[in-house]
Design a protein around this ligand. Sequence first.
Ligand SMILES: CC(C)(COP(=O)(O)OP(=O)(O)OC[C@H]1O[C@@H](n2cnc3c(N)ncnc32)[C@H](O)[C@@H]1OP(=O)(O)O)[C@@H](O)C(=O)NCCC(=O)NCCS
Length: 159
Amino acid sequence: MELVRETDADIWEVEALMDLCFAPGRTALSSYRLRDDVPPARDLCLLARGEAGEVAGAIRFWPVRIGGARDWDAMLLGPVAVHPTRQGEGLGAFLIQSGLDRAAVAGVDRVLLVGDAPYYRRFGFARLDGVEMPPPTNPDRVLGVWDWDGVAGEVCRAI
Ligand SMILES: CC(C)(COP(=O)(O)OP(=O)(O)OC[C@H]1O[C@@H](n2cnc3c(N)ncnc32)[C@H](O)[C@@H]1OP(=O)(O)O)[C@@H](O)C(=O)NCCC(=O)NCCS
């Protein structure tokens, strides 16, 4: 399995994987409004190709801003997806950990996502109190890792 940085040439293959792995209408989710007209954090967007060159899994990250008493920068993890024929083999964990490692090296202070705590807590993610994703988002699914001390407010587009 080869892990590479996503390039412009990969975008439609990755989109096809996301369409396969998520419910129809995924781009209507409120978290997607944070990505509208904002370029992804390209250095952190990774994809895994199998032996035949097929995209087996992919992860993307977007910069966001937390607006409260002051502004904080954060990185929104997701979407992340693994092809249904490859799930349960550790590829999701490999993509997430590799993305987080790159984010740490890049100096990212905090990462958040909307997802299932039972899956993401293995990477250190925990529920974020006082950090509000655009509605409708279940607050129990708003999870963060690293430096969230004192950070609170609405999650907004980075630009
Ligand atoms: C979530 C996803 C990326 C995980 O990738 P993966 O390669 O299957 O994950 P891994 O092999 O690293 O880990 C598998 C383990 O995670 C568990 N797991 C997977 N999804 C889970 C979830 N939503 N909640 C709790 N546990 C979950 C599996 O049961 C398995 O447990 P085990 O190790 O005890 O057997 C993949 O299942 C996927 O693409 N799902 C559809 C898209 C999606 O939901 N993306 C995440 C949005 S938040």
